[in-house]
Design a protein around this ligand. Structure first.
Ligand code: NBG
Length: 833
């Protein structure tokens, strides 16, 4: 005993087989220990959720050992750290991925079995942290996982929302939003760090003064101060000791009570301040919402950014090198404009709080930041009304004015007598109501600017950021998105993984380009048979989930045609519906029509205030009701909506798809990442030349991709020429019929009003060009049906899709960021036994 304590003290942390052992026995022991000493549960009363927690704590112990060793290693090196600033991290359930990374799935399964529990049921108990809206948040999570797997020193900084993205329920075919109480049963994966809390100022005013050296300085006198408490979640790399940190900030009142107010008897005002501070990190904002009541959103952004930069400066202070060298220690990436106030905040921290001169501070700032743009949609580019900005961040507004003054001076020098250009690039939009343009702030303050797919980056340079590209072409680069094969193949699709590994071994999981070696197997009859077998199993698994949740039965032998993603007009779920309605009409008009049966599967959330998106969900259900209930068609056509699309549900869906619908209007989808998850799992894609579809098609081969629709140039040309959607409707009887069926109330039980707003949009303006792309889409869908009839060839193409998708691993993307933007290099962590 003595010696164990002594050796623990000497080795900097305590090692204990029950808390660190990876075998069946120590895991079993740990689960039992945790049930008793962590949870206080009698064994005979322990429920599956108790077992989940007990196992989670056992796994966490093993993570912490690696986590601390990682900290030690990083502290001992003059290493550079990548800091990924993101308002969203949609990490998904932790237990499965941590078991995988530790290499103890089998041991855990056996340990639980000995305790009479089934690991799969226990995994299902985990409530996932849904701290993101969709692709952007999930990308951030994939990147943290790849950073750890590639042994790159890094921290993900974000917000610990008490309520993440709402849970979706369907009532009478409409979406209902339920608050996501993900913390209600506790969160075993996080470690709270009150010892390194940060204070964040809000509101108030600024004052000028002269400091001891006679220099003019500015002091910010805040209206109030909020405390940021960090919650750390260890992010373990796959089969590696590197265990990085996701540090999420939670807001707390500085004092639980304002004692002064309390003393003068104003008890309720005292509590009020606490309530206001603590609502700051209450809820994640769904995107696509109108910009009202968003004051809190700007506050959230500032809050987490300020905490994160203060945290970096604290660490930087500990290593004792001069501030000028801050950019050698930290590379900070802005995940979209949400954290872009960081540019002004770092300037404030350096100039006001550390007395660095402006020019020096600006150089440090620019060398520190990189900015990733994730959208071309004008309505999604963030701007803040000046008065709102002024009232909350008075000092930052002054700093932005000064940045802008110097910046516009430079623009005028480079482009004399071009005031139109000056107005276009200014950080302040002076037209109409004055606003701060956050994307411009991000561009001016960063040394690197990137888009998320080749086409997207090209379009950025040509359109939204053209003026900045003209100024600094050398700052621009492309970083095509990627997804982690650990979660989206190995965990989500164990059948396929086993089949691949039986030929390649397991190294493809960390080096996805190795999938290339599967290509020749496409010609192997037996391999194709087994490939189909895996897909069929996955489809059975999904069909069961869908049946359990919706009562819709989908025969697993049918073609599974899947579109899952946020519901948005530009993603055109309603174009997919027009296809289904046309098939329905064809089958009704000609019951003997030869047609290979198809199951159409949808999933996705609509922003609570996005009327059209919610009607699209309603229309999916309306079409499902008619199609599934009609004996003339339901032997060949069925439609299902899988409710509550999230990471956990996605893991059932991607592996079961035959056809992936990536049908956005060209030029609208920045990249897409679902498109990658589908193709990687052997789905064939029907899609437009949009986002990363372009590169996926290049990779898998044009002959293995169902292309349709106008490309981005043609879309722009069509608009310039004056687009008249009704002409397409007049020219196409099937399109006209589909629209008429909706209008007449067939899918709304006779209600002719329910879908009128959708129809009016399509017939009058058709912003997203459904009418222009309809005929080609239908044509392409026919090609799909014909291809599906040739089972052997379909399988061949499916295999080729998987084999050629290696480039779309988030490992490749992260290597590019590390090398070309961050200058971050891998550091090996050795485990001290
Ligand atoms: C989204 C794009 C997607 C892209 C993800 C990740 C935002 C603002 N953008 O096309 O719409 O795949 O970002 O880059 O959520």
């Amino acid at each position: 005993m003595e010696s164990r304590i002594a050796s623990a003290v000497n080795s900097r942390y305590a090692a204990d087989p029950v808390r660190t052992g990876l075998g069946v026995e120590p895991l079993k022991r740990a689960v039992l220990d945790n049930l008793t000493f962590h949870l206080g549960r009698m064994l005979r009363q322990a429920k599956p959720h108790d077992y989940y927690l007990a196992l989670a704590y056992a796994v966490r112990d093993r993570l912490l050992q690696r986590w601390m060793q990682t900290h030690e290693t990083y502290a001992n090196h003059s290493i550079k750290v990548a800091c990924y600033l993101s308002a969203e991290f949609m990490v998904g359930p932790h237990l499965g991925s941590n078991l995988l990374s530790l290499g103890i799935e089998d041991a855990a399964r056996e340990a639980l079995a000995e305790l009479g529990q089934d690991l799969d049921l226990i995994l299902d108990e985990e409530e996932e942290p849904g701290l993101g809206n969709g692709g952007l948040g999930r990308l951030a999570a994939c990147y943290l996982e790849s950073l750890a797997t590639l042994e790159m020193p890094s921290v993900g900084y974000g917000i610990r929302y008490e309520f993440g993205i709402f849970d979706q329920e369907i009532r009478d075919g409409w979406q209902a939003e339920i608050t996501d109480k993900w913390l209600r049963h506790g969160n075993p994966w996080e470690i709270v760090r009150p010892d390194i809390a940060c204070a964040v100022k809000v509101g108030g005013h600024t004052e000028g003064f002269h400091d001891g050296d006679g220099r003019y300085r500015v002091r910010w006198v805040p209206g109030h101060v909020v405390l940021g408490i960090p919650y750390d979640t260890p992010i373990l790399g796959y089969e590696i000791n590197t265990c990085n940190t996701m540090r999420l900030w939670s807001a707390q009142a500085c004092e639980s009570f304002d004692f002064q107010a309390f003393n003068v008897g104003d008890y309720y005002r005292a509590v009020d301040a606490k309530v206001i501070s603590e609502t700051l990190t209450k809820v994640l904002y769904p995107n696509d919402e109108p910009a009202v009541g968003k004051k809190l959103r700007l506050m959230q952004q500032y809050f987490f950014v300020s905490c994160s930069l203060q945290d970096m400066l604290r660490v930087h202070g500990l290593i004792g090198v001069p501030l000028e060298r801050f950019p050698e220690k930290f590379a900070v990436q802005l995940n979209d404009t949400h954290p872009s106030i960081a540019i002004a905040e770092l300037m404030r921290l350096l100039v006001d709080e550390r007395g660095v001169i402006w020019e020096k501070a600006w150089e440090i700032t620019q060398r520190t930041f990189g900015y990733t743009n994730h959208t071309l949609l004008p309505e999604a580019l963030e701007t803040w009304p000046l008065p709102l900005f002024q009232s909350m961040l008075p000092r930052h507004l002054e700093i932005i004015y000064e940045i802008n003054r110097r910046f516009l001076e430079e623009v005028r020098l480079r482009f004399p007598a071009d005031e139109a250009r000056v107005a276009r690039v200014s950080l302040i939009d002076e037209a109409n109501e004055k606003r701060v343009r956050m994307a411009h702030l991000a561009c001016v303050g960063s040394h690197a600017i990137n888009g998320v797919a080749r086409l997207h980056t090209e379009l950025l340079q040509k359109s939204v950021l053209a003026d900045f590209y003209a100024l600094w072409p050398e700052r621009f680069s492309n970083k095509t998105n990627g997804v982690t094969p650990r979660r989206f193949v190995r965990l989500a699709n164990p059948g396929l993984s086993t089949l691949i590994s039986s030929h390649l071994g397991e190294s493809w999981i960390r080096d996805l380009e190795q999938l290339k070696a599967v290509e020749p197997l496409a010609e192997d009859d037996d391999f194709r048979r087994r490939w189909r077998q895996v897909k069929l199993e996955n489809k059975r698994r999904l069909a069961k989930q869908i049946y359990d949740r919706t009562g819709v039965e989908l025969p697993p032998e049918w073609l599974f045609d899947v579109q899952v993603k946020r519901i948005h007009e530009y993603k055109r779920q309603h174009l997919n519906l027009l296809h289904i309605i046309t098939l329905y009409a064809r089958l009704k008009n000609k019951p003997t029509l030869e047609f290979p049966p198809r199951a159409f599967i949808f999933a996705g959330k609509a922003a609570p205030g996005y009327d059209r998106a919610k009607r699209i969900i309603r229309l999916v259900h309306g079409v499902a009701e008619v199609v599934n209930g009609d004996p003339d068609v339901n032997r060949r056509l069925r439609v299902a909506f899988f409710p509550d699309f999230n990471v956990k549900n996605a893991q059932y869906i991607y592996p079961a798809a035959d056809l992936s619908e990536q049908i956005s209007t060209a030029g609208k989808e920045a990249s897409g990442t679902g498109n990658m998850k589908f193709a990687l799992n052997g789905a064939l894609t029907i899609g437009t030349l949009d986002g990363a579809n372009v590169e996926i098609r290049d990779a898998v081969g044009a002959e293995n991709f169902f292309l349709f629709g106008q490309n981005a140039d043609e879309v722009a040309q069509l608009r310039r020429a004056g687009y008249r959607p009704w002409e397409y409707v007049e020219d196409n009887p099937e399109l006209a019929e589909a629209l008429t069926l909706i209008r007449d109330g067939l899918f709304s039980r006779g209600d002719r009003e329910m879908f009128r707003p959708l129809l009016d949009d399509i017939m009058i303006r058709d912003e997203y060009l459904l009418c222009a792309d309809y005929a080609d889409y239908l044509q392409s869908q026919e090609t799909v049906s014909n291809a599906w009839r040739d089972t052997e060839n379909w399988t061949r193409v499916s295999i080729l899709n998987t084999a050629r998708m290696g480039r779309f691993s988030s490992d490749r993307a992260i290597r590019e960021y590390c090398k070309e933007i961050w200058g971050v290099r891998p550091v090996r962590v050795h485990l001290e036994e």
